[in-house]
Design a protein around this ligand. Structure first.
Ligand code: ASP
Ligand code: MG
Length: 439
Protein backbone atom coordinates (compact mmCIF):
# COMPACT_ATOMS: atom_id res chain seq x y z
CA UNK A 1 0.00 0.00 0.00
CA UNK A 2 1.16 3.49 -0.84
CA UNK A 3 -0.27 6.84 0.20
CA UNK A 4 -0.18 9.75 -2.26
CA UNK A 5 -1.09 13.25 -1.16
CA UNK A 6 -1.78 16.08 -3.58
CA UNK A 7 -1.95 19.67 -2.37
CA UNK A 8 -4.33 22.41 -3.45
CA UNK A 9 -2.26 23.68 -6.38
CA UNK A 10 -1.84 20.12 -7.71
CA UNK A 11 -5.61 19.86 -8.11
CA UNK A 12 -6.22 23.60 -8.57
CA UNK A 13 -7.27 23.54 -12.23
CA UNK A 14 -9.14 20.96 -14.32
CA UNK A 15 -5.98 20.36 -16.31
CA UNK A 16 -3.93 19.69 -13.20
CA UNK A 17 -6.58 17.44 -11.71
CA UNK A 18 -6.53 15.37 -14.89
CA UNK A 19 -2.77 15.19 -14.60
CA UNK A 20 -3.10 13.89 -11.01
CA UNK A 21 -5.38 11.16 -12.32
CA UNK A 22 -2.60 10.13 -14.71
CA UNK A 23 -0.02 10.09 -11.93
CA UNK A 24 -2.13 7.86 -9.68
CA UNK A 25 -2.74 5.48 -12.56
CA UNK A 26 1.02 5.19 -13.08
CA UNK A 27 1.73 2.21 -10.83
CA UNK A 28 -0.31 -0.87 -10.10
CA UNK A 29 0.20 -0.98 -6.31
CA UNK A 30 -2.96 -0.14 -4.36
CA UNK A 31 -2.88 3.43 -3.13
CA UNK A 32 -4.77 5.79 -0.92
CA UNK A 33 -4.95 9.21 -2.55
CA UNK A 34 -5.34 12.09 -0.09
CA UNK A 35 -6.45 15.40 -1.58
CA UNK A 36 -6.50 18.97 -0.30
CA UNK A 37 -9.20 21.41 -1.29
CA UNK A 38 -8.62 23.19 -4.63
CA UNK A 39 -6.05 26.00 -4.28
CA UNK A 40 -7.59 29.04 -2.61
CA UNK A 41 -10.77 27.31 -1.48
CA UNK A 42 -9.90 26.94 2.19
CA UNK A 43 -8.98 30.65 2.36
CA UNK A 44 -12.32 31.49 0.77
CA UNK A 45 -14.18 29.22 3.19
CA UNK A 46 -12.36 30.88 6.08
CA UNK A 47 -13.58 34.25 4.89
CA UNK A 48 -17.16 32.99 4.43
CA UNK A 49 -17.13 31.71 7.97
CA UNK A 50 -15.64 34.98 9.24
CA UNK A 51 -18.38 37.00 7.54
CA UNK A 52 -20.93 34.60 8.98
CA UNK A 53 -19.54 34.71 12.53
CA UNK A 54 -19.43 38.50 12.50
CA UNK A 55 -23.12 38.60 11.65
CA UNK A 56 -22.66 39.51 7.99
CA UNK A 57 -24.79 36.81 6.40
CA UNK A 58 -25.39 38.66 3.13
CA UNK A 59 -21.68 39.02 2.61
CA UNK A 60 -21.21 35.32 3.41
CA UNK A 61 -23.88 34.41 0.86
CA UNK A 62 -22.29 36.59 -1.83
CA UNK A 63 -18.88 35.06 -1.21
CA UNK A 64 -20.42 31.61 -1.39
CA UNK A 65 -22.09 32.40 -4.73
CA UNK A 66 -18.81 33.69 -6.14
CA UNK A 67 -16.91 30.51 -5.33
CA UNK A 68 -19.75 28.34 -6.48
CA UNK A 69 -19.58 30.02 -9.87
CA UNK A 70 -15.89 29.15 -10.19
CA UNK A 71 -16.68 25.54 -9.32
CA UNK A 72 -19.33 25.35 -12.04
CA UNK A 73 -16.71 26.48 -14.53
CA UNK A 74 -14.26 23.94 -13.13
CA UNK A 75 -16.77 21.14 -13.56
CA UNK A 76 -17.60 22.26 -17.09
CA UNK A 77 -13.95 21.93 -18.08
CA UNK A 78 -13.03 18.86 -16.06
CA UNK A 79 -15.62 16.46 -17.39
CA UNK A 80 -16.01 15.61 -21.02
CA UNK A 81 -19.31 13.71 -20.98
CA UNK A 82 -22.74 15.22 -20.35
CA UNK A 83 -23.34 12.65 -17.61
CA UNK A 84 -20.04 13.60 -15.93
CA UNK A 85 -20.86 17.32 -16.13
CA UNK A 86 -24.33 16.74 -14.69
CA UNK A 87 -23.01 14.64 -11.79
CA UNK A 88 -20.26 17.21 -11.16
CA UNK A 89 -22.83 19.99 -10.96
CA UNK A 90 -24.85 17.90 -8.52
CA UNK A 91 -21.78 17.58 -6.28
CA UNK A 92 -21.20 21.35 -6.32
CA UNK A 93 -24.90 22.02 -5.63
CA UNK A 94 -25.02 19.51 -2.83
CA UNK A 95 -22.02 20.68 -0.80
CA UNK A 96 -22.42 24.41 -1.43
CA UNK A 97 -26.07 23.83 -0.54
CA UNK A 98 -24.87 22.65 2.86
CA UNK A 99 -22.83 25.82 3.32
CA UNK A 100 -25.82 27.93 2.25
CA UNK A 101 -28.00 26.11 4.75
CA UNK A 102 -25.50 26.70 7.54
CA UNK A 103 -25.14 30.41 6.86
CA UNK A 104 -28.91 30.78 6.67
CA UNK A 105 -29.13 29.89 10.35
CA UNK A 106 -27.97 31.85 13.38
CA UNK A 107 -24.22 31.48 13.88
CA UNK A 108 -22.91 28.77 16.17
CA UNK A 109 -19.28 27.92 16.66
CA UNK A 110 -19.23 24.44 15.17
CA UNK A 111 -20.62 25.81 11.91
CA UNK A 112 -17.18 27.19 11.00
CA UNK A 113 -15.55 23.76 11.12
CA UNK A 114 -18.36 22.36 9.00
CA UNK A 115 -17.93 25.10 6.42
CA UNK A 116 -14.15 24.56 6.29
CA UNK A 117 -14.61 20.81 5.80
CA UNK A 118 -16.52 21.25 2.53
CA UNK A 119 -13.38 22.18 0.53
CA UNK A 120 -11.81 18.72 0.81
CA UNK A 121 -15.18 17.00 0.55
CA UNK A 122 -15.88 18.70 -2.79
CA UNK A 123 -12.39 18.18 -4.25
CA UNK A 124 -12.39 14.44 -3.46
CA UNK A 125 -15.92 13.92 -4.76
CA UNK A 126 -15.08 15.66 -8.03
CA UNK A 127 -11.80 13.80 -8.41
CA UNK A 128 -13.31 10.38 -7.77
CA UNK A 129 -16.10 11.16 -10.23
CA UNK A 130 -13.47 12.11 -12.77
CA UNK A 131 -11.67 8.77 -12.25
CA UNK A 132 -14.99 7.07 -12.78
CA UNK A 133 -15.63 9.00 -15.98
CA UNK A 134 -12.19 8.04 -17.27
CA UNK A 135 -12.76 4.38 -16.48
CA UNK A 136 -10.25 4.13 -13.60
CA UNK A 137 -11.44 1.77 -10.91
CA UNK A 138 -11.61 3.75 -7.65
CA UNK A 139 -13.59 4.34 -4.50
CA UNK A 140 -14.09 7.34 -2.21
CA UNK A 141 -13.80 6.78 1.52
CA UNK A 142 -14.81 9.43 4.01
CA UNK A 143 -12.02 10.70 6.28
CA UNK A 144 -14.68 11.51 8.86
CA UNK A 145 -15.24 7.76 9.25
CA UNK A 146 -11.72 7.12 10.55
CA UNK A 147 -9.65 10.27 11.18
CA UNK A 148 -10.12 10.93 14.90
CA UNK A 149 -8.53 13.22 17.48
CA UNK A 150 -8.09 12.28 21.12
CA UNK A 151 -9.08 14.27 24.23
CA UNK A 152 -6.01 16.51 23.79
CA UNK A 153 -6.94 17.40 20.20
CA UNK A 154 -4.07 15.26 18.93
CA UNK A 155 -4.59 12.59 16.26
CA UNK A 156 -5.48 9.27 17.86
CA UNK A 157 -3.30 6.96 15.75
CA UNK A 158 -4.41 3.62 17.29
CA UNK A 159 -8.06 4.56 16.81
CA UNK A 160 -7.43 5.75 13.24
CA UNK A 161 -5.91 2.31 12.52
CA UNK A 162 -8.80 0.47 14.14
CA UNK A 163 -11.38 2.44 12.16
CA UNK A 164 -9.53 2.39 8.86
CA UNK A 165 -8.53 -1.27 8.60
CA UNK A 166 -12.04 -2.75 8.36
CA UNK A 167 -12.96 -0.11 5.77
CA UNK A 168 -9.96 -1.13 3.67
CA UNK A 169 -10.50 -4.84 4.05
CA UNK A 170 -13.78 -4.47 2.15
CA UNK A 171 -12.14 -2.80 -0.84
CA UNK A 172 -9.00 -4.88 -1.31
CA UNK A 173 -9.42 -5.18 -5.07
CA UNK A 174 -9.88 -1.51 -5.83
CA UNK A 175 -6.56 0.05 -6.88
CA UNK A 176 -7.29 3.71 -6.11
CA UNK A 177 -8.85 4.81 -2.83
CA UNK A 178 -9.58 8.52 -2.59
CA UNK A 179 -10.02 10.39 0.69
CA UNK A 180 -9.98 13.88 2.16
CA UNK A 181 -6.94 15.49 3.77
CA UNK A 182 -7.22 17.97 6.62
CA UNK A 183 -10.66 17.05 7.99
CA UNK A 184 -11.23 14.90 11.04
CA UNK A 185 -13.47 14.28 14.02
CA UNK A 186 -12.94 15.24 17.63
CA UNK A 187 -12.92 12.47 20.23
CA UNK A 188 -16.59 13.13 20.82
CA UNK A 189 -17.45 12.92 17.12
CA UNK A 190 -17.73 16.61 16.16
CA UNK A 191 -16.19 17.85 12.92
CA UNK A 192 -12.74 19.39 13.17
CA UNK A 193 -9.55 19.72 11.14
CA UNK A 194 -5.80 19.18 11.46
CA UNK A 195 -5.02 22.90 11.09
CA UNK A 196 -4.02 24.71 7.94
CA UNK A 197 -1.82 22.64 5.68
CA UNK A 198 -3.04 19.54 7.54
CA UNK A 199 -3.46 17.29 4.50
CA UNK A 200 0.20 16.29 4.75
CA UNK A 201 -0.52 15.20 8.28
CA UNK A 202 -3.53 13.15 7.12
CA UNK A 203 -1.27 11.38 4.61
CA UNK A 204 1.42 10.42 7.12
CA UNK A 205 -1.17 9.42 9.72
CA UNK A 206 -2.79 7.09 7.21
CA UNK A 207 0.65 5.85 6.13
CA UNK A 208 1.52 5.06 9.75
CA UNK A 209 -1.90 3.52 10.50
CA UNK A 210 -1.72 1.06 7.59
CA UNK A 211 2.06 0.68 7.69
CA UNK A 212 2.35 1.84 4.09
CA UNK A 213 5.43 1.12 1.99
CA UNK A 214 5.77 4.81 1.29
CA UNK A 215 3.96 8.12 1.65
CA UNK A 216 4.39 10.46 -1.31
CA UNK A 217 3.65 14.14 -0.80
CA UNK A 218 3.08 15.63 -4.26
CA UNK A 219 3.59 19.35 -4.43
CA UNK A 220 4.85 21.91 -6.93
CA UNK A 221 8.56 21.89 -6.21
CA UNK A 222 11.27 19.25 -6.81
CA UNK A 223 11.47 18.24 -3.16
CA UNK A 224 12.76 20.03 -0.11
CA UNK A 225 15.36 22.61 -1.09
CA UNK A 226 18.59 23.40 0.72
CA UNK A 227 17.41 26.97 1.30
CA UNK A 228 14.23 28.99 0.90
CA UNK A 229 13.74 29.31 -2.90
CA UNK A 230 11.25 32.17 -2.42
CA UNK A 231 13.97 34.33 -0.91
CA UNK A 232 17.31 33.00 -2.09
CA UNK A 233 18.70 32.62 -5.58
CA UNK A 234 20.32 29.30 -6.55
CA UNK A 235 18.82 26.69 -4.30
CA UNK A 236 18.78 22.97 -4.98
CA UNK A 237 16.64 20.00 -4.00
CA UNK A 238 18.01 17.68 -1.32
CA UNK A 239 18.01 14.00 -2.33
CA UNK A 240 17.76 12.51 1.17
CA UNK A 241 16.89 13.64 4.67
CA UNK A 242 16.52 11.81 7.94
CA UNK A 243 13.21 12.02 9.81
CA UNK A 244 14.91 14.19 12.44
CA UNK A 245 16.24 16.64 9.86
CA UNK A 246 12.93 16.82 8.03
CA UNK A 247 11.10 17.36 11.32
CA UNK A 248 13.36 20.28 12.24
CA UNK A 249 12.96 21.79 8.78
CA UNK A 250 9.20 21.44 8.75
CA UNK A 251 8.92 23.01 12.16
CA UNK A 252 11.34 25.83 11.40
CA UNK A 253 9.59 27.34 8.49
CA UNK A 254 10.21 25.12 5.47
CA UNK A 255 6.65 25.68 4.27
CA UNK A 256 6.73 22.56 2.17
CA UNK A 257 5.56 20.25 4.96
CA UNK A 258 3.10 20.50 7.83
CA UNK A 259 5.21 20.82 11.02
CA UNK A 260 3.78 17.70 12.71
CA UNK A 261 3.54 15.41 9.71
CA UNK A 262 6.94 13.74 10.03
CA UNK A 263 6.22 12.30 13.47
CA UNK A 264 3.76 9.50 12.59
CA UNK A 265 5.96 8.41 9.66
CA UNK A 266 9.00 8.38 11.91
CA UNK A 267 7.19 6.40 14.62
CA UNK A 268 6.23 3.65 12.18
CA UNK A 269 9.34 4.04 10.03
CA UNK A 270 7.38 4.76 6.85
CA UNK A 271 9.50 6.54 4.19
CA UNK A 272 8.14 9.87 2.97
CA UNK A 273 8.94 11.11 -0.51
CA UNK A 274 8.35 14.68 -1.67
CA UNK A 275 7.54 14.81 -5.39
CA UNK A 276 6.77 17.48 -7.95
CA UNK A 277 3.45 17.13 -9.81
CA UNK A 278 4.78 19.34 -12.58
CA UNK A 279 7.90 17.20 -13.01
CA UNK A 280 7.02 13.66 -11.95
CA UNK A 281 10.31 12.41 -13.37
CA UNK A 282 12.35 14.47 -10.86
CA UNK A 283 13.65 12.35 -7.98
CA UNK A 284 12.37 14.62 -5.22
CA UNK A 285 13.41 14.21 -1.59
CA UNK A 286 13.32 10.92 0.25
CA UNK A 287 12.90 11.07 4.03
CA UNK A 288 13.85 7.91 5.94
CA UNK A 289 15.50 6.78 9.16
CA UNK A 290 18.88 6.70 7.35
CA UNK A 291 21.38 9.12 8.76
CA UNK A 292 24.05 10.85 6.79
CA UNK A 293 26.31 12.32 9.45
CA UNK A 294 28.65 15.25 9.15
CA UNK A 295 26.69 17.02 6.53
CA UNK A 296 24.87 20.31 6.49
CA UNK A 297 21.67 19.66 4.60
CA UNK A 298 19.48 22.71 4.60
CA UNK A 299 18.56 26.10 5.96
CA UNK A 300 15.07 27.16 6.94
CA UNK A 301 13.77 30.38 8.38
CA UNK A 302 10.90 31.21 10.67
CA UNK A 303 9.65 34.80 10.95
CA UNK A 304 7.45 36.59 13.44
CA UNK A 305 9.67 35.73 16.39
CA UNK A 306 9.84 37.79 19.58
CA UNK A 307 12.91 37.61 21.79
CA UNK A 308 12.58 38.26 25.52
CA UNK A 309 15.55 38.83 27.82
CA UNK A 310 15.27 38.64 31.60
CA UNK A 311 18.28 40.13 33.36
CA UNK A 312 18.70 39.54 37.05
CA UNK A 313 21.64 39.30 39.44
CA UNK A 314 19.43 37.03 41.52
CA UNK A 315 20.11 34.33 38.99
CA UNK A 316 23.70 33.90 40.11
CA UNK A 317 24.01 30.51 41.77
CA UNK A 318 20.23 30.36 42.25
CA UNK A 319 18.23 27.26 41.51
CA UNK A 320 14.60 27.17 40.48
CA UNK A 321 14.92 30.46 38.60
CA UNK A 322 14.35 28.98 35.15
CA UNK A 323 11.41 26.93 36.37
CA UNK A 324 9.66 30.06 37.66
CA UNK A 325 10.25 31.80 34.34
CA UNK A 326 9.05 28.84 32.28
CA UNK A 327 5.92 28.62 34.42
CA UNK A 328 4.89 32.08 33.21
CA UNK A 329 5.02 30.85 29.61
CA UNK A 330 3.19 27.68 30.53
CA UNK A 331 0.43 29.67 32.18
CA UNK A 332 -0.16 31.53 28.89
CA UNK A 333 0.20 28.35 26.79
CA UNK A 334 3.02 30.00 24.85
CA UNK A 335 5.71 27.68 23.61
CA UNK A 336 9.35 28.68 23.66
CA UNK A 337 11.57 28.01 20.62
CA UNK A 338 15.06 29.07 21.64
CA UNK A 339 16.66 29.53 25.05
CA UNK A 340 20.10 30.86 25.94
CA UNK A 341 21.38 31.67 29.38
CA UNK A 342 24.29 33.41 31.02
CA UNK A 343 24.93 33.79 34.76
CA UNK A 344 22.87 36.95 34.95
CA UNK A 345 20.41 36.74 32.09
CA UNK A 346 18.24 34.41 30.13
CA UNK A 347 16.94 35.02 26.61
CA UNK A 348 13.98 33.19 25.14
CA UNK A 349 12.19 33.32 21.84
CA UNK A 350 8.49 32.80 21.15
CA UNK A 351 6.53 32.73 17.90
CA UNK A 352 3.11 33.51 19.33
CA UNK A 353 2.93 36.94 20.90
CA UNK A 354 -0.80 36.87 21.72
CA UNK A 355 -0.09 37.03 25.46
CA UNK A 356 3.17 38.97 25.24
CA UNK A 357 2.02 41.81 27.51
CA UNK A 358 0.73 39.42 30.19
CA UNK A 359 3.97 37.47 30.02
CA UNK A 360 6.08 40.64 30.34
CA UNK A 361 4.00 41.84 33.31
CA UNK A 362 4.47 38.57 35.12
CA UNK A 363 8.18 38.40 34.35
CA UNK A 364 8.89 41.91 35.69
CA UNK A 365 9.32 40.81 39.33
CA UNK A 366 12.23 38.58 38.18
CA UNK A 367 14.40 41.33 36.73
CA UNK A 368 14.79 43.79 33.90
CA UNK A 369 12.90 42.71 30.78
CA UNK A 370 13.96 43.56 27.24
CA UNK A 371 11.84 42.67 24.23
CA UNK A 372 12.88 42.55 20.57
CA UNK A 373 10.14 42.03 18.02
CA UNK A 374 10.34 41.19 14.30
CA UNK A 375 13.06 38.62 14.69
CA UNK A 376 13.71 35.53 12.55
CA UNK A 377 15.14 32.19 13.51
CA UNK A 378 17.50 30.81 10.93
CA UNK A 379 17.80 27.12 11.42
CA UNK A 380 20.68 25.18 9.92
CA UNK A 381 19.84 21.50 9.70
CA UNK A 382 22.09 18.53 9.24
CA UNK A 383 23.63 15.72 11.20
CA UNK A 384 26.17 17.40 13.45
CA UNK A 385 27.74 14.65 15.48
CA UNK A 386 29.31 16.10 18.61
CA UNK A 387 32.86 15.70 17.32
CA UNK A 388 32.18 17.51 14.10
CA UNK A 389 34.67 20.31 13.87
CA UNK A 390 34.32 23.52 12.02
CA UNK A 391 30.53 23.68 11.56
CA UNK A 392 30.32 26.69 13.85
CA UNK A 393 33.21 28.35 12.08
CA UNK A 394 31.61 27.94 8.63
CA UNK A 395 28.29 29.32 9.84
CA UNK A 396 29.70 32.32 11.67
CA UNK A 397 32.19 33.11 8.94
CA UNK A 398 29.25 33.25 6.52
CA UNK A 399 27.32 35.51 8.88
CA UNK A 400 30.26 37.75 9.60
CA UNK A 401 28.42 40.92 8.52
CA UNK A 402 25.15 40.13 10.34
CA UNK A 403 24.33 41.17 13.92
CA UNK A 404 23.26 37.99 15.75
CA UNK A 405 20.85 38.20 18.68
CA UNK A 406 20.91 34.58 19.94
CA UNK A 407 22.64 31.30 19.08
CA UNK A 408 21.52 27.81 19.95
CA UNK A 409 23.93 24.94 19.38
CA UNK A 410 23.93 21.53 21.00
CA UNK A 411 20.22 21.32 21.78
CA UNK A 412 19.85 18.61 19.21
CA UNK A 413 22.50 17.23 16.93
CA UNK A 414 20.43 18.15 13.92
CA UNK A 415 19.94 21.85 14.39
CA UNK A 416 21.93 25.02 14.90
CA UNK A 417 19.73 28.08 15.24
CA UNK A 418 20.58 31.73 15.11
CA UNK A 419 18.22 34.57 15.85
CA UNK A 420 18.52 37.75 13.81
CA UNK A 421 16.46 40.84 13.12
CA UNK A 422 14.15 40.01 10.20
CA UNK A 423 15.57 42.88 8.17
CA UNK A 424 18.81 40.87 7.81
CA UNK A 425 17.02 37.71 6.73
CA UNK A 426 17.66 37.81 3.01
CA UNK A 427 21.32 38.76 3.38
CA UNK A 428 21.84 36.03 5.98
CA UNK A 429 20.23 33.30 3.90
CA UNK A 430 22.13 34.31 0.80
CA UNK A 431 25.43 34.46 2.73
CA UNK A 432 24.84 31.01 4.23
CA UNK A 433 23.96 29.63 0.81
CA UNK A 434 27.34 30.74 -0.42
CA UNK A 435 29.31 29.89 2.70
CA UNK A 436 27.82 26.47 3.42
CA UNK A 437 26.76 25.21 0.01
CA UNK A 438 28.93 27.25 -2.30
CA UNK A 439 25.82 28.21 -4.31
N1 ASP B 1 -7.03 22.81 2.53
C1 ASP B 1 -6.31 22.97 3.77
C2 ASP B 1 -5.54 24.27 3.77
O1 ASP B 1 -5.58 25.01 2.81
C3 ASP B 1 -5.44 21.82 4.09
C4 ASP B 1 -4.28 21.60 3.14
O2 ASP B 1 -4.27 22.12 2.03
O3 ASP B 1 -3.36 20.87 3.50
O4 ASP B 1 -4.93 24.60 4.75
MG1 MG C 1 0.62 22.22 2.05
Amino acid sequence: MQVYKFGGTSVGSPERMRHVAQIVAGSSEQKIVVLSALAGTTNQLVSISESFSSGNQDEARNQCNDIKATYFEFVGELFSTEVGKKKGIDIVEKFFGQIEKLIGQPYYEKASKLILAQGEIISTNLFQLFLEESGQSSVLINALDFMYLDENQEPNLPLIGRKLKPILSNIKDIPIIVTQGYICRTHSGGIDNLQRGGSDYTATLIGAAVNANEVQIWTDIDGVHNNDPRIVENTMPIAELSFEEAGELAYFGAKILHPSCILPAQQQNVPVRIKNTLRPEAKGTLITSNKNPEKIKAIAVKDGITAIKIKSTRMVNAYGFLRKIFEVFEKYKTSIDMVTTSEIAVSLSIDDSTFLQNIIDELKPFGIIEVDKDQSIICIVGDFVAERKGVGKDIFASLEAIPIRMISYGGSKNNISVLIDTRYKKDSLQALNKGLFNL
